[in-house]
Design a protein around this ligand. Structure first.
Ligand code: GDP
Length: 462
């Protein structure tokens, strides 16, 4: 674990931008209390007890003008989020007042924090591991209660424990192998390979069960990516409007401050449904259309769930068939809409349906079957996140999943190596690589650029 290092004192507004009753401006670093004292009139912040909140006023040290009436929390190292001295100033929540406080703190010797820098310090000072740092971000972005619960769990260090235990197993095994090699008078060769093989398989199984949770983790974090497809006029927009009828909440997620991607979610009975755009999937020679079709196909590929809408009152056409074909390997709901009209097609006479398709009959006009769509989506969501989740540890991001896959590759090398009678020291190298890769997940061995990149995804003030 890294030890506490001296850094400059940073500051940022830690509450979301906009008007609120209060805003919080935070300082972290060994100059925090001294800098805040330059602005603050009330009790002497240098003398107040740690973890107290103090009433007073802030003045601009340049010209003595009053900035705001405030409450100031003083928290001394090391029992703080960053393990450094932290001061949190509660200001009146206007943009102007809050910015003025921030500027004055910067003028008095603090440096503007980078996005995620508070959490980064918590990590660099050994207060939390990487998975915990990531869960802070997950917590901020959680869209459902369940997602929040998983993030809190991870913040508690559950994934860290699991990974650390696996690493310890590997380390013990490697130590045992060393002993066996150092005392060759015993007939230990067989014992050594047996031990390595057994442990490699055991760790590999644990990694497998963790990896199985990755899909659930993604759904929890990013919602159920859903594409609604159907030829024109089957009633897609009408159905969507019906679905939104009672639950108008549209969740908009602005990912971090470094990227401008805005994703749209609709909230269906508590399920964040991330709608993905699909134009059409028809074969075409038109160049522009081709790009659209390519995009749609990619979007379909990325979808966790596809809703195919058919029109009961019209015969099945080429475009319907193409859509059914293009989505045949997906988890899908097939909707026979316009049930109120005379039927040309029905679930019984469309033979492109698969056994595991969920087939629903609706009328958007009459508002029939809409509740069933909602409960079906809700079931699929819950199924998705409850699978394989006995330990309550869920892999929620691609970085963790990628490293687990790498670690598993190394273990496969170990197993293959032993089965092919490779020299034991080569097998040891792969086992060591696995140990290192697992270490990267929790940040025991980490390249600098990873740390910079990872924390820059946080919001300012975190
Ligand atoms: P989209 O092109 O697939 O989005 O289809 P729309 O939602 O725009 O609907 C096309 C037309 O079908 C509109 O005139 C709707 O009023 C009508 N429509 C949609 N759903 C139904 C339904 O369940 N029954 C009937 N009779 N008409 C519907």
């Amino acid at each position: 674990m890294p030890t506490v290092t001296e850094y400059d004192t940073i500051t940022a507004i830690s509450t979301p931008p906009g008007e609120g009753a209060i805003s919080v401006v935070r300082l972290s670093g060994d100059q925090s209390i001294e800098i805040a004292s330059k602005l603050f009139k009330g009790s002497d912040l240098n003398k107040v007890a740690s973890h107290t909140i103090n009433y007073g006023h802030l003045y601009d040290p340049e010209n003595g003008s009053l900035i705001d009436e405030v409450m100031v929390s003083v928290m001394r190292a090391p029992k703080t989020f960053t393990r450094e001295d932290i001061v949190e100033i509660n200001t009146h929540g206007g943009i102007v007042a809050t910015n003025k406080v921030l500027q004055t703190l910067i003028g008095s010797g603090a440096r503007m924090a980078e996005p995620g820098e508070f959490t980064k310090r918590a990590f660099l000072n050994g207060r939390i591991d990487l998975t915990q740092a990531e869960s802070v971000m997950d917590l901020i972005r959680a869209k459902t209660d369940k997602a929040m619960q998983v993030a809190v769990n991870q913040l508690d260090g559950n994934l860290n424990h699991l990974i650390s235990n696996l690493r310890q197993e590997i380390l013990d095994t490697l130590a045992q192998v060393e002993v066996n090699i150092d005392y060759p008078e015993y007939d230990t060769e067989q014992m050594t390979t047996d031990l390595l093989l057994e442990k490699a398989k055991l760790v590999s199984q644990s990694i497998d069960s963790l990896l199985k949770t990755a899909t659930s983790g993604q759904i929890l974090q990013h919602g159920l990516a859903t594409a609604i497809v159907g030829k024109p006029n089957v009633g897609k927009s009408s159905l969507l409007n019906r679905l939104l009828d009672e639950d108008k909440a549209i969740v908009t997620d602005v990912a971090g401050t470094t990227r401008d991607i805005v994703e749209q979610y609709i909230n269906i009975d508590g399920v964040p449904l991330k709608l993905i755009d699909t134009a059409g999937v028809r074969e075409t020679d038109d160049v522009v259309e081709k790009i659209g079709v390519e995009r749609s196909r990619q979007a379909l590929k990325d979808a966790d769930l596809v809703i195919v809408v058919l029109d009961s009152s019209r015969d099945l056409e080429e475009e319907d068939r193409e859509l059914l074909e293009a989505t045949s390997d997906k988890k899908r709901i097939i909707i026979f809409n316009k049930d109120d009209l005379v039927h040309k097609i029905s679930p019984e006479n469309v033979d492109q349906l698969k056994e595991d398709d969920i087939v629903l009959v609706t009328s958007a006009i009459k508002n029939d079957g809409i509740e069933t769509i909602k409960s079906t989506i809700s079931d699929i969501f819950n199924e998705g996140i409850e699978d394989n989740n006995s330990s309550n540890v869920i892999i929620t991001n691609a970085r963790q999943a990628g490293l687990l896959l790498q670690a598993k590759d190394s273990l496969n090398e170990v197993i293959n190596g032993i089965e092919m009678d490779m020299p034991i020291d080569l097998v040891q190298i792969d086992m060591t690589t696995c140990w290192e890769t697992l270490g990267e997940i929790i940040g025991e061995s980490y390249p600098d650029e990873l740390i910079t990149q990872l924390f820059s995804q946080f919001c300012l003030g975190k």
